[in-house]
Design a protein around this ligand. Structure first.
Ligand SMILES: NC(=O)C[C@H](N)C(=O)O
Length: 345
């Protein structure tokens, strides 16, 4: 029988109704009692490390989760992490960078309705998660939710209320779970090397969403507090360039200060490609901006925190950021490798 560790962190799955709204109060042991049927296919220990609405989670908590798994990695065949849905996609991306090459599954799940309610998605999500975590072929960081298995770097919360809360962005679902059957869409061989656990993140990263007419002075004060700036631009990516709102000197200042600037897009599907339009091409070339390409915003943010946590050398940060990890980035534009080579010389 597979041995699974269930780690509880809070979220709606653990919530009880109070006068001031839903609050995570159920313990990990109480949650587990709602899914007695799992005892037929796995044995479970539980651990309560937090009991928070995921709105309150911070990068420090992702490090705690990674450390908890690292310290017990040899004792279990798989891990199920109960978590709130609001920032679940950030956590699944962060853990994908903090725990790499895991041949064991690290399944993150939660619910849109508390597990103690009569009508709830929590029991199905939890049971499905134990089912997937017990599957010998399963590995790496994934989200299991509403019958879908989504790669940890590709998830986005798409619905605030429905059970079908998560989608996989720019990548197919890894598998679906129907009752006791797992239908694996992506046959991904498990790594045959040891897992690598990382213990540092640099949280000094900010996302600036462009809106038409935005004053570029917003960038002037960023250098003092941030090491990485992610600009959420429009379409395939560009910078207001040829108008009175010219971002050139603001970007120049950031890059001169040694900051890493990454361009991403407000459009959910298909990703950035700054080489297409002059507004992107010129900014990228002149300031050596990096691009998120087809990564989600959640992966872009947490990958930059992870890369900046490993090195303060911009060249090394670029190298780490541009490497594909847990399927996070499949498209890197036609000129990426050439540009990296030119940048290195
Ligand atoms: N469905 C949920 O879990 C939402 C909750 N606010 C959380 O993220 O913790």
């Amino acid at each position: 029988m597979r041995r699974i560790l269930m780690i509880a962190t809070g979220g709606t799955i653990a919530c009880k109704r109070t006068k001031t709204g839903l609050v995570p109060l159920l313990t990990s042991k109480e949650i587990l009692r709602y899914v007695p049927a799992i005892r037929s296919f796995c044995s479970v220990d539980t651990l309560q490390i937090l009991n928070l609405d995921s709105t309150n989670l911070r990068p420090d908590h992702w490090l705690l989760m990674a450390r908890t798994i690292r310290d017990r990695y040899e004792d279990y065949d798989g891990f199920v992490l109960c978590h709130g849905t609001d920032t679940m996609a950030y956590t699944s991306a962060a853990l994908s960078y903090l725990i790499q090459n895991s041949a064991k599954p690290i399944v993150i799940t939660g619910a849109q309705k508390p597990i103690d309610m009569e009508i709830t998605d929590a029991k199905t999500n939890l049971q499905d998660s134990f089912r997937y975590a017990s599957c010998p072929q399963a590995h790496g960081v994934v989200i299991v939710f509403d019958g879908k298995v989504i790669c940890g770097t590709r998830a986005r919360k798409m619905r605030t209320k429905s059970n079908n809360a998560f989608s996989s962005i720019n990548f197919p679902d890894l598998a679906v779970i129907q009752e006791d059957r797992i239908i694996q869409y992506i046959q991904d061989p498990p790594p045959n090397s040891q897992p690598i656990f990382y213990q540092t993140l640099n949280p000094n990263v900010i996302v600036i969403k462009l809106i038409p007419g935005m004053d570029p002075h917003i960038f002037c004060c960023l250098s003092e507090s941030f090491d990485g700036v992610i600009i959420e631009s429009y379409g395939v990516g560009g910078i207001p360039w040829d108008t009175e709102y010219n971002f050139a000197s603001a970007l120049d200042r950031l890059v001169q200060d040694g900051k890493i600037v990454v361009m991403t897009t407000q459009v959910l599907h298909e990703g950035s490609d700054m080489s297409v339009y002059q507004v992107g091409h010129m900014a990228k070339k002149q300031f050596r901006l990096m691009e998120s390409y087809d990564m989600t915003l959640e992966s872009t943010v947490t990958k930059l925190m992870w890369a900046l946590g490993q090195s303060s050398d911009p060249k090394e940060v670029r190298r780490l950021f541009n490497a594909t990890i847990n399927h996070d980035m499949l498209y890197q534009g036609v000129n990426c490798q050439q540009e990296e080579k030119e940048g290195a010389t």
